[in-house]
Design a protein around this ligand. Sequence first.
Ligand SMILES: Nc1ncnc2c1ncn2[C@@H]1O[C@H](COP(=O)(O)OP(=O)(O)OP(=O)(O)O)[C@@H](O)[C@H]1O
Length: 251
Amino acid sequence: MLQTEHLSCGYGGGHVVKNISFRVEEGSRLCIIGPNGCGKTTLLRALAGLLPAEGLIRICGESLNKMSRRKLACQVALMSQLTSVSFSYSVYETVLMGRYAHQKPGLLASQSEEDRRIVRESMKRTGILALKDRPVTELSGGQLQRVFLARTFAQEPKIILLDEPTNHLDLKYQVELVENLKEWTKQGGRCAVGVFHDINLALSFADTVLLMDHGAAYAYERAEQFDLSLVSEIYRMDVQNYMQNTLKKWE
Ligand SMILES: Nc1ncnc2c1ncn2[C@@H]1O[C@H](COP(=O)(O)OP(=O)(O)OP(=O)(O)O)[C@@H](O)[C@H]1O
């Protein structure tokens, strides 16, 4: 469904992401992990068509470069790292923005019964229905994160790209988000790519792992075969030992 071949991209003519190739099949989830500044967000931005890239990005068999903005928005949704909100739209209005690519121009005026149903379902799915009339400027970081997830679901894309989606979420919602996304990708014609810092969450989310270092792919493996020593090499710390010691505290 989503494929890159020798993808390179960056800023001001320089390459931050270098020669990355991967494939995410229908029903699958890829997690991208790697140290701060290695290029994970930059890669996601290229996949969302927000950054020019060299090499190939194919969305549902079609080259991203040849797709119109509207078509791309119907197929790919990017949930970015949490940014502050400056306009006091209500939760409902914010989630409704996810329907924009599917609507005739004139957002609020042109919402259909179908749009309203999808927005409601998306809010239900992320547990924010009770917040629907609250201004987003008054929400906690975790509540806002769930509003953005609901907006992403409301967009009804085929591919969801998530940049550290569990930031600001408490433990319960972190687990729920991962389960929510797994459920979402199982419903035919969908796949997801997520950037995670928490390796446990990343591995419970994904069936394939892309480990990045200095903009390049250090490893690209099935999650169940993923060797944690690769992460230790990149982070220059014994990650496995750290995790085992942490676990022992709960025994
Ligand atoms: N708009 C920009 N202009 C120039 N350089 C940028 C821009 N955005 C990011 N960079 C640089 O590109 C590199 C990769 O940044 P990126 O945000 O993709 O890393 P990341 O792996 O997502 O990091 P983190 O884990 O800290 O979120 C960094 O060196 C960063 O300084």
